[in-house]
Design a protein around this ligand. Structure first.
Ligand SMILES: Cc1cc2nc3c(=O)[nH]c(=O)nc-3n(C[C@H](O)[C@H](O)[C@H](O)COP(=O)(O)OP(=O)(O)OC[C@H]3O[C@@H](n4cnc5c(N)ncnc54)[C@H](O)[C@@H]3O)c2cc1C
Length: 541
């Protein structure tokens, strides 16, 4: 069966001049979820994304599918319950894309002893988490002694740590989850297109609006009965484009993660550590890497071009180094990413951690619905609410079908590669296709960088079957190697471009063009990390 996202030209042709029930603007997880929900209820659906799919916030998260244990501190039990319900839905419907993530919270000593009140409070909160729905994972939290904490993170300076707690959440690859939801939407009849920017929307007339879409130097029109504004931190920009007045208050909050070789942190599970400004940062194990983050600031920055700054690096390294036996140096950092949370502003607090993680769905004007805020974890529920609102507008009641709808690639994966399990967890039933690429062309079985485990064949698959429009798309969002090991990818861009380009049949001039574009994109994404590049051993060709 043809891959849903393999034929971009056909999807583009279906869109030009189309008339649909629902046009979704924004190809992050929120828009993808709405497209899938609406298409599965039988509505005709088109989705347009101005850049690559998930190129906004949905490839820049902490990648946790979580109930939000820390929201219990703010008493937001309803949000925790909702998130845990959705975590369970992903456990059922996307088992090929999520992994159990054991999470450790160390208990620190004060005057040589653990504060018993604090320990009891944490234990009690974990019971509340369990009862709010975490039990559905079939794993109980437990207390760890000093030795067990040290065994789970050998790099920790244990002098100030007495014991710890262990509980469980899930994690995913955010961009690949978004892609799987989009592929599922296409499987249900939707048309989706990246590099298609909505530049204008007509006033409502008769039975809908006309959206103007810029695609590769051309302009197409799509007529829609309802337009869904799922543009994340760009929600207000979209309303401006559409000429709709709104009193919406979004407060984009920047969050940055850094990646280091896991050998430096020595953690085999995710670990939460306190910072000196009374926040926490997480150190998450991911194959040969550990990612650490995030920062959280409302400093004005360009939401169109998130980039890693020196103050991001200083904040994260000082936050983690105060807990490590051997401090991590800036030159140890292999990669990272920065993004903006689409938080909804509610009050006067200056701390973005106090802003709401809840979502909002509102009918802005005739034929336009905005869905903003929320989390990766709760995308399905946000979509259900949005499409319920659309049902009301179109006066066509159809029950939601996504609660038990399996996502694209669900099923037992098959791969004979030594890292078959990793491929199964990223590609599900499609893992065999990667193996096949390697069988046909053995050099593509090498990893993209010496430290990473991403194969060159995965990059080729992203370009051939997953609508990656460039080498940069395939390295940043179909695989994640340009984030995790970004400095090595940048240092070795020419050779990676050459091998992948040959694999997909590019001409020498296209290889040169793609490589230059990759380098310039990565220089921006990595920000200060791109200043000094390591010398890397080239991948074999
Ligand atoms: C640092 C950080 C950590 C996070 N960690 C977690 C976590 O661990 N777990 C969790 O559940 N959530 C987490 N989140 C939250 C989660 O990532 C976001 O809530 C979610 O990704 C938002 O998705 P979205 O689709 O609404 O926005 P986006 O992904 O930004 O999608 C909006 C899209 O609209 C497109 N667009 C804008 N204007 C137009 C236009 N005119 N035409 C066409 N397209 C347009 C943009 O290009 C963009 O791709 C985190 C967020 C951040 C920043």
């Amino acid at each position: 069966m043809a891959e849903p996202l393999a034929n971009r030209a056909a999807l583009r042709d279906r869109m030009a001049g189309a008339s649909v029930d629902v046009l979704v603007v924004g190809g992050g997880i929120t828009g993808a979820g709405v497209a899938l929900d609406a298409a599965s209820r039988g509505f005709s659906v088109a989705l347009v994304e101005q850049g690559d799919f998930a190129s906004g916030t949905s490839s820049r998260s902490s990648k946790m599918i979580h109930g939000g244990f820390r929201y219990l501190q703010t008493g937001d039990v309803a949000l925790v319950r909702e998130s845990l319900r959705e975590r369970y839905a992903l456990q059922r419907n996307a088992a090929h894309l999520v992994t159990v993530m054991p999470f450790m919270i160390p208990l620190f000593l004060k005057g040589g002893v653990i504060n018993p009140k604090l320990s009891r409070a944490l234990g009690g909160a974990l019971w509340s988490y369990q009862l709010a729905g975490a039990w559905r994972l079939g794993k109980r939290h437990r207390r760890l002694d000093h030795q067990a904490v040290s065994a789970h993170m050998s790099g920790l300076d244990m002098e100030r740590i007495g014991a710890g707690y262990l509980f469980h959440d899930l994690r995913t690859d955010d961009a690949r989850l978004t892609l799987a939801v989009l592929a599922s939407a296409v499987g249900q009849g939707a048309a989706v297109l990246n590099y298609a920017r909505c530049t204008g929307v007509s006033a409502f007339d008769r039975d809908g609006r006309t959206a103007h879409i810029a695609v590769g130097g051309e302009n197409i029109e799509i007529r829609a009965r309802v337009i869904v504004n799922a543009t994340g931190v760009w929600a207000q920009n979209f309303l401006d484009i559409a000429g709709i007045a709104s009193d919406r208050q979004l407060a984009p909050a920047k969050g940055t993660h850094l990646v280091v070789p896991r050998a430096l942190t020595g953690n085999d599970i995710a670990v939460s550590l306190p910072t000196s400004d009374r926040r926490t940062i997480s150190v998450v194990n991911e194959g040969p890497f550990a990612y650490i983050g995030s920062t959280e600031s409302t400093d004005p920055d360009d939401i169109n071009q998130p980039s890693i700054t020196q103050s991001d690096v200083d904040y994260i390294l000082s936050g983690v180094n105060r807990h490590l036996k051997r401090p991590i140096a800036p030159s140890d950092v292999t990669g990272g990413w920065a993004g903006f949370r689409p938080l909804i502003s509610g009050g006067k607090s200056a701390r973005s951690s106090d802003l709401s993680r809840k979502h909002s769905i509102s009918v802005e004007a005739e034929g336009v619905v905005t869905v903003t805020g929320g989390k990766l974890t709760t995308y399905r529920e946000m979509a259900e609410g949005t499409v319920n609102a659309i049902c009301g507008i179109l006066n066509r009641r159809v029950a939601c079908r996504t609660r038990d709808l399996k996502l694209h690639g669900f099923g037992p994966g098959a791969s004979h590669l030594s890292d078959g399990q990793r491929l199964d967890k990223r590609y599900g039933t499609k893992a065999a296709a990667i193996t096949q690429i390697v069988t046909m062309s053995p050099p593509l079985g090498h990893s993209v960088t010496p430290l990473g485990d991403t194969l060159l064949a995965e990059v080729v698959w992203g370009l051939q079957a997953e609508m990656a429009a460039s080498l940069a798309d395939a390295l940043l969002r179909r695989t994640r190697i340009a984030l995790y090991d970004g400095r090595a990818v940048l240092a070795n861009a020419e050779q990676i471009g050459l091998i992948v380009g040959r694999g997909v049949g590019w001409s020498p001039s296209q290889i040169a063009l793609e490589t230059e574009q990759l380098k310039s994109t990565l220089r921006h994404e990595l920000g200060v990390l791109a200043h000094d590049l390591p010398t890397v051993v080239p991948c074999q060709s």
